[in-house]
Write a protein that binds this ligand. Structure first.
Ligand SMILES: CC(C)(COP(=O)(O)OP(=O)(O)OC[C@H]1O[C@@H](n2cnc3c(N)ncnc32)[C@H](O)[C@@H]1OP(=O)(O)O)[C@@H](O)C(=O)NCCC(=O)NCCS
Length: 139
């Protein structure tokens, strides 16, 4: 009888390492390595953190997450510098696409558009039932 119960991350990883090669062969026609790498950057002004960003590079796609600039430091190029640092690092490591989501109508939409990101899909009733927009930039 099948029983479903809580698992540890270690068990999940061990099981996945054994089983994913079968699924990958079906999906990609070969064994693949997702090569997951995570990056975190901060921007400082006189040793004080004024912005930060996180990104995950997975199978050639950079997922941008957690970009935030201090509320009294916006409009000074900090967000752009952080995003470009992450983009440059990911590109060097072979990224072919940058991907993120942001809230529909948020000021961040204009910011990402200025950086060359294009809206490609709407996520209806996403976080807290608000609409979000998927933005991507192909390299
Ligand atoms: C969105 C955010 C990261 C932008 O950071 P920032 O440091 O203010 O942006 P920058 O000064 O680097 O601006 C870069 C470019 O985007 C444009 N831009 C930034 N915010 C803009 C806005 N609200 N409206 C219009 N253009 C904007 C700038 O004009 C600038 O263009 P330029 O390079 O041609 O001069 C920042 O406002 C923030 O932290 N917001 C709250 C958190 C958030 O929304 N994070 C993103 C969620 S996914």
């Amino acid at each position: 009888m099948i029983k479903v119960s809580k698992s540890s991350d270690k068990q999940l990883k061990k099981f996945g390492q054994a089983e994913w090669p079968f699924a990958d062969k079906e999906h990609y026609g070969k064994q693949v390595n997702y090569n997951v790498k995570e990056f975190v950057y901060k921007a400082t002004d006189n040793n004080k953190i004024v912005g930060s960003i996180k990104g995950k590079l997975e199978a050639g796609v950079l997922y941008i997450d957690y970009l935030i600039v201090a509320h009294d430091k916006t409009g000074q190029g900090i967000g752009k510098a952080l995003t470009q640092k992450l983009e440059t690092k990911a590109k060097k490591l072979g990224a072919h696409k940058f991907h993120l989501i942001t809230g529909k109508g948020w000021l961040a939409e204009k910011f990402y558009q200025v950086l060359g990101y294009k809206p490609i899909a709407i996520l209806s009733k996403h976080h807290f039932k608000k609409d979000f927009v998927v933005y991507e930039k192909l390299i």
